[in-house]
Write a protein that binds this ligand. Structure first.
Ligand code: G3I
Length: 315
């Protein structure tokens, strides 16, 4: 079989996976290198990972993943600079003033983006800024800086690496709905103001049989605004145990997501949130659910794998 990355390259698309640095050896590393042309560190670039105590940095896993990617001709999505979650305790419990938080955030963006300048192709600058109803999520950042923390973060990231593509990334924004419309309106207003924004990331943590019917239409409306679209964290979970029927439905769902992306020129590609069921967040977070990725726990490709290949023109 032709590796997914070769099929994707022939179509000018990205096929990526989130990875865990500690697993990048043996079969896991072989499959990650052979099948994918983009990597996203699943946790290694988050603030709590890179600066566990104030002023004391740990870049080991992030460096490892970036080095691995370069050794294998892969690009890197940086994930993520500004989020309400997985921040270090010293930051969230530090009793900082709004002015101090602004300085801390801007320094954080500077430090991390500068470190990987020219090596990280695209950054998820802001992660998950919206509530389900399309209002802004209240976070440590909106409390301290107001809603314009988003524009400030994008502007600072652009200054730190003018060559990197800058994204806003969120979940439950795959179909046309209140949340994706809020994201749409934000991107439109950022562009009107001249704030740097290159793309939107649609995470796509989906449930079996529930690919939104408006997925392609939604990708298209962002493209028509003049930004790129990336599917950044695709997985499709099912209630365990997996059966042949569920795996067939999952393959159809993966195919639908891939086809929606491939149909729109500005959809740059698809990243899966872990390529093997042995490296997926789903079982830990959704009791009784799993089997969400294209490879089983023993690295055997599932029907979903073949559906991805078929969408990319493979046989
Ligand atoms: O590193 C510790 C380890 O030392 C400890 O033994 C173990 C025990 O629980 O926990 C480990 O940390 C876990 C970490 O993943 C690394 O495996 C955390 O508990 C766990 O909460 C954390 O989960 C991550 C999750 O974000 C947290 O929100 C997932 O791996 C990661 O895949 C997931 O990714 C997010 C994206 O960043 C944003 N979009 C949603 C997506 C899924 O939640």
């Amino acid at each position: 079989d032709t590796p997914l990355r070769d099929l994707a390259a022939a179509k000018g698309r990205a096929i990526g996976t989130a990875v865990t640095g500690g697993k990048l050896n043996g079969t896991y590393a072989e499959v990650a290198a052979r099948e994918f042309n983009w990597l996203t560190p699943g946790n290694a670039m988050k603030w709590e990972s890179v600066e566990p105590s104030r002023g004391s940095f740990n870049w080991a896993e992030a460096d490892q993943i970036v080095d691995f990617a370069e050794a294998h001709g892969q690009r890197v999505r940086g994930h993520t600079l500004v989020w309400h979650s997985q921040n270090p305790g010293w930051l969230t419990n530090g009793g900082f003033t709004p002015a101090q938080l602004r300085t801390l955030l801007m320094d954080h963006i500077d430090t991390e983006v500068t470190r990987y300048r020219g090596r990280v192709t695209a950054w998820d600058v802001v992660n998950e800024p919206f509530n389900e109803d399309g209002t802004y999520r209240q976070t440590i950042w909106s409390d301290a800086l107001g809603q314009d923390y988003i524009a400030e973060a994008l502007t600072r990231a652009r200054a730190a690496d003018p060559g990197a593509k800058l994204y806003i990334n969120d979940y439950n924004v795959e179909g046309v709905n209140a949340k994706s419309t809020a994201l749409y309106n934000l991107v439109r207003s950022l562009k009107e103001r001249g704030v740097p924004i290159d793309g939107v990331g649609l995470q796509a943590h989906l449930i079996l049989g529930q690919v939104p019917g408006t997925f392609q239409q939604n990708i298209q409306r962002f493209a028509d605004l003049g930004v790129d679209v990336a599917i950044t964290e695709l997985d499709i979970r099912m209630q365990l145990p997996a059966t042949d029927a569920k795996l067939a439905q999952q393959a159809a769902d993966y195919r639908a997501v891939m086809d929606a992306c491939v149909a729109v020129d500005r959809c740059t590609g698809v990243t899966v949130w872990g390529f093997t069921d042995s490296d997926s967040w789903i079982p830990d977070f959704f009791e009784g659910y799993g089997a969400a990725t294209p490879y089983d726990e023993n690295y055997a490709p599932k029907p979903a794998y073949h559906a991805i290949a078929a969408s990319l023109g493979g046989t």
